[in-house]
Design a protein around this ligand. Structure first.
Ligand SMILES: NC(=O)c1ccc[n+]([C@@H]2O[C@H](COP(=O)([O-])OP(=O)(O)OC[C@H]3O[C@@H](n4cnc5c(N)ncnc54)[C@H](OP(=O)(O)O)[C@@H]3O)[C@@H](O)[C@H]2O)c1
Length: 341
């Protein structure tokens, strides 16, 4: 179920006004747009809805009117620490679902009016937490007709991560056993569905109140990370998807069969590498990449009713900082989405 959070801050721009009126123009006539913007690194309070020049599509790019944009932990990390991006000013956001407004030189895949969803090139292409964003055409695919923009915006980064980890990196096959850590989270709940679609036996870790949700999306077995030790069940897996890192990554090596694959979403440490070498398992760290083939594969899964994002909260652009506060707890189920139009 989707919950909607509305503005309680009288100083916040009215999101309806922000979306229902055409963008104002700068004195030189250049169109403006609203963006969730920051000029310094810090907590969610550094985010401000700010008027900025509307970007123009360069060669091979499309300009997209953003309808909705997913929020990911990398948004919180970049807001606070900069991480891979240059120093602020910054507009974050990699997930986008919207309508093509303009195409740059040489674009043949899309036309103005097309509905698209995609993940902007990670990390340098951020900027979807705004009314408009540009990106290379091959970061996008046609939005599946059967889902709305909120659903579509929840998918790209998290689902591409799950796809690239399980299918492309681990080569997950029917009949294999996979352990998915943080299975109720943004990446995890999509990974569970992708693994089931591949015909794998899926075990997920989550706190007990989330086990009914995991079963609903297809998990065969659940481990309560608060009261059970995933490494103490005696189960052996062909693949582990680890979105937690640290000790969880190292201990995950011990539950893999020889020749198994550990795909970590956080940087591995020497302990994990040493344990992996000893256990003869393949331990790799994945950084998600924009990927049109992956987007087409995800769209196909959506069309066939095999993949659906669980959106546990939506926030208008003006309430984006509140979305960061909630997401940063690390306890949300499924995805949070910023709604722009
Ligand atoms: N390398 C990459 O390209 C890449 C891509 C995407 C994400 N990531 C990283 O992967 C991590 C997860 O991303 P996400 O979007 O899935 O995050 P998320 O949606 O914020 O994950 C939240 C979930 O994590 C679960 N969780 C927290 N601690 C847990 C534990 N000890 N055991 C099991 N579950 C636990 C929570 O469930 P409970 O409330 O039940 O504990 C919650 O449902 C983040 O650090 C993110 O930055 C990396």
């Amino acid at each position: 179920m989707t919950s909607t959070h509305t503005s309680e801050n009288p100083n916040s721009p009215d999101p309806a006004a922000a979306t229902d009126t055409p963008a104002a123009a700068a004195p030189d006539g250049a169109p403006l747009m609203l963006a969730l913007h920051q000029t310094v690194l810090g907590g969610p309070e550094v985010l401000r809805v700010t008027e900025l020049p509307r970007p123009e599509p360069g060669p091979g790019e499309i300009l997209v009117a953003v309808h909705a944009a997913g929020l990911n932990p990398t948004d919180f990390k970049h807001r606070a620490q900069g991480l891979f991006l240059p120093a602020p000013p910054l507009t974050l956001g990699w997930d986008v679902s919207g309508t093509v407004v303009e195409t740059g030189f040489g674009v043949t895949l899309f036309r103005p009016g097309d509905e698209v969803f995609g993940m902007l090139p990670y990390p340098y292409g951020a900027g979807s937490h705004a009314e408009y964003v540009t990106g290379p055409t091959r970061a996008f695919a046609a939005k599946p007709a059967g889902i709305d923009h909120v659903q579509a915006a929840a998918l790209p980064l998290a689902a591409l991560t799950a796809w690239q980890a399980l299918v492309e990196t681990a080569g997950l096959r029917a009949g294999q056993r996979v352990l998915i850590h943080a299975a109720a989270g943004g990446v995890g709940h999509l990974a569970v569905q992708i693994a089931k679609e591949r015909g794998a036996h899926v075990t997920g870790t989550a706190s007990a109140p989330k086990h009914a949700f995991l079963r609903e999306i297809g998990a065969d077995a659940c481990i309560d990370h608060r009261s059970e030790d995933f490494a103490g069940t005696g189960e052996r897996y062909d693949v582990v998807l680890d979105a937690l890192g640290g000790e969880t990554a190292t201990r995950s090596v011990g539950v893999l069969r020889p020749g198994g694959v550990l795909v970590s979403l956080l940087p591995g440490d020497q302990d994990t590498r040493t344990a992996a070498e000893k256990a003869q398992v393949n331990a790799v760290t994945l950084l998600v990449e924009h990927d049109r083939a992956g987007m087409l594969a995800l769209a196909d899964l959506v069309d066939r009713g095999r993949l659906r994002a669980h959106v546990s909260g939506t926030f208008p652009l003006a309430e984006g900082a509140r979305a960061h506060v909630l997401g940063e707890t690390g306890r949300t189920t499924g995805k949070l989405v910023i709604t722009v139009r």
